[in-house]
Design a protein. Sequence first.
Lengths: 309, 406
Amino acid sequence: MHAHSQALVVVAHGSHLNPDASNPTYAHADTIRDAGAFDEVREAFWKEEPHFREVIRTLESEEIYVVPLFISEGYFTEQVIPRELRLEGWDPERWDSDGTDASQATLEATDVGKRVHYCGPVGTHDAMSDVIVRRAESVTGDSDVGDGFGLAVVGHGTERNENSAKAVEYHANRIRESGRFDEVEALFMDEEPEVDDVTDFFESDDVVVVPLFVADGYHTQEDIPEDVGLTDDYRTGWDVPTTVDDTRIWYAGAVGTEALTADVLLERAADAGADVGAAIDEVRRRTGGTGNGGESESESENERSVTGD
Amino acid sequence: MTDHADSDANADTDANTSTNADLTDALLEHADREPIAFDGFRLEATDDGYAIATPATERTGLSGRDLREALADETDDVHEYASNWRYWQRMGGEGTARRAFLRWCERAPLEDAVESETEGTDDGRSEATRAVPDRYEALAADGLERQWGQLSITTRLADGSAPGERRYDLRHVDDRGADPADLEAHDRPRDARDLTTYDEKGRYRPLKTAPTLVSGWAFTGLSGDDLVDAVEFVYPATVANWHRERRGNLDVDHWLETAERQTGIYDVVDELPREAVEWMAEACCVDSQCLRRREWEYEEGDELSVDGGDGPFPCREPCSLVIAAARKWAILETEEERTWEFELTTSEKNQLEALIDAVAEGRTDEIREADVNRGANRYRARYLRAKRVDGERNLCGVDSSVDSDG
């Protein structure tokens, strides 16, 4: 009855302190469950359960696709996750990446003797550019947003490694080249160009600010809103848009909370050889697809409830 | 695998006739390929017709029609043995944790345990398994109940379904006797996630196996697969590790191995002194704090003296909460001990001890507002602070700002 063949594991950071940190992980995993492309879909965490260490043994499938719900290649994707999954013979060289183009590596998880397709993080996949744009559509409630608008893609910066900045610049470049927005800039929390001075970098009257983070938390809900000048005290919240120095700032919150992120997880697995059939189209449809104004209304509602917290 | 309750007796009879025909077809089809030998039931195609056996009966030289008639009598133990075979055949998943867990739920003999009947009995974790007629009697009546941490799982026979079909009810152990109408009903396994996020005081539960699962909900009539999925959401990976333990291949990572593997900000945890690991296990890993049974020790051949607990599912390595706390203790334990001098009455010293105890046992909320006989009463604590702690939060005015880290 069970010819289990392929499983998807979404690996994320999670939190010991914040119960909401894992919400995007669960939401995207549920979207993929409902699309039915995998026999098993499992979430795994560094700080919650099941832990990376024990997730593979919970699966019956023979082919296992592991996709990190992380923004960039770095400490977690190159060291922690492969070590904890016991991927034999892992070396970051296996991804043959210059920081933003890891696709996948096939290795054996030694505790179960199964093949694991270890994929690059969602944050560096080309499809993440679409999610950033989609996030801009959601927060403005306009599925054609672009003309007359600037877009700021915001990253943490170089704190742990330079790849985090590379991912932000990579997507900013791609979206800039698409010509959809009048202006596109990559900004950072702790290095130049800094998000604190966001209005200095744009001439447009309207600027959408999309943090390239997987989940809302301290950085996206406290630091950035205060740094940008949306509010003096994050606890009192802010309006979307908020006018700062004569510029309307449409602050989007973490890009990873956007429903379309589920599509990137699927694309990663498909790139690594998973048979996802029509699931990519199905997930795109369920998560509002492109150009679906009705859906973006409800996304916008979600957004407000997230930022209004 | 439909689960419909037939209201009218004729439909019920028809359904049974048809499902029994399916059962016979499945048996014959299988027996013509290879003999069946399962849970005490045997069926074999011989030159002299079919031979059928249970521990109580043995019949030979049967035609297909004879078999069909024998199976039509649902009170016959042959029917029970045959439908039991059919359920587990439909379930499939030989060798999986899922199948082993579902068999454990109804006290069926485990197919792949290292020493199936005796393994585990020495510590009281495993009771004797039961034969098919005995199981069926219970499954058809109130069902068979098992406890898994704070979960109560009841297995029962599904009415009006395929022969032998089981259904599973999942609740909090505290709700075992509750009227279903008083419990919040759920049917999707993923709903279990939301039930496990907060404790009864609304605080986040970062440790899924903490004994703080809220009650008041029920999953009723789950399929086997959905039951296992729901249990996985409540207590992740416990079924898989329990199964590995049953099969004698639980891969325990002891404290030192786990600590030495850490990098980044957790690189320091392997510096935690040996005796501090004991205190840590006593603080975090006992049954009052976590329902997993600690199987890891300081290192291979060097056991911790703290009791590992009695839960059904094992803990195979220090969890991420223990590692995060160990980092704090590893840093704190680098501090030098010093001799301090404080002026306190005997009762004040006793009160400090009572405060530590109340916090450590999570009892501060239970101490009544006006119960000033308790050292950890809020007014008593405020009085002590007013009398003995100065504006810089120094006990008895003794400055400790030099080298403390909280």
